[in-house]
Ligand binder design. Sequence first.
Ligand SMILES: *Cc1c(COP(=O)(O)O)cnc(C)c1O
Length: 393
Amino acid sequence: MKPIQSKRLAELGSAIFSEMAQWKKEVQERGVDVIDLGIGSPDRPPSPKVMQVLAEAAMNPRMYGYPTSEGSHAFREAVARWYKHRFGVELDPEREIVTLMGSQDGLAHLALAVTDPGDTVLVPDPGYPIYSASLVLAGVKPYFLPLRAENDFLPKLEDIPEETARKAKFILLNYPSNPLSAVATLEFFRKLVDYARRHESLIVHDLAYSEMAFDGFRPPSILEVEGAREIAVEFHSLSKSFNMAGRRIAFMVGQQDAVRALRVLKSNIDYGVFLGVQEAGIAALEEDMSPESRPVAGLYERRRDIVIDGLKQAGWDIPKPKATMFIWAPIPKGWTARQISREILYSAGVVVIPGDAFGQEGEGYVRIALVQEEERLREAVQRIARFLQEARP
Ligand SMILES: *Cc1c(COP(=O)(O)O)cnc(C)c1O
């Protein structure tokens, strides 16, 4: 038999995530009640209204034909209304919006639609794993942009070699960021648009956490920058903003040729999102634009305070993030990210992710996901506090 797995497959996926899953299993088999602050899956359901619309759609016989891969006109119209409402940006539902089976679908496939093997693409380090995985699938070389605390976790555009910048097909960024929980201002986006224009590169911006921001901060869309829609696309997902992670619906908007390219690729691969889920998506966007809208942010703001304030009392000082469901915690001296994550799990029964799972620049940090109720988070903080008192690297 010839080897079954492709060489490509071997390059995919961080070994750390499967190792972590193994550690968790081991600890659970010892009877420990593990508190999982690892994977960033929202723990709350969508609003009752959204679930009601989906339930009714599920009983509607007309919903069961093949949808279209670019998404229903009605869903794209709702996206355009929401963009105008939220960011003041006008979009053409026909040419500037494509519906996705989750951002993951679009992020995984975009490189295949807009690059050729051997091209260069700029991606953040640390970054969400699908970014570099999508480049492996497309045979494209990633150039990693180091994101460091001393630069507020923004890339230093002037440090990118001119030659690399000129070759780069696109530059991918994500603010508010997973795993960094860092944010960007409209002013940074203006500089980025300028930079991309000079080098004739597409900008790909992942705005999955636009609705999860705190202390009054409202994350901007890059498309608010004058002329950005000629050079940038932006990903949004209903997974985090409306607790719909299992429902698989998202969208990409902006630069027409990139939207068209992704639509063409997807029309060869899939038949789109179940119409009932698109109806639920419309309901979620409409509800968000209504006066009764109750954003998810407040919930995570309280959880953030419980964990950050609690760990501070235990002597672990971590900056307070302005957005996302993650805490990017610089680890105490003497540990590696992997060692401390392992110890926190084995001796405190709490899962956190070592920062280097997101790229080599993540060494020195762990990511804590705020995906448990307040009571469980308090318990996790107590256990980690005890661990910090007793443990030595
Ligand atoms: C969760 C997340 C997404 C959303 O993915 P979906 O496939 O839409 O569920 C996209 N980007 C980042 C950075 C995320 O953390």
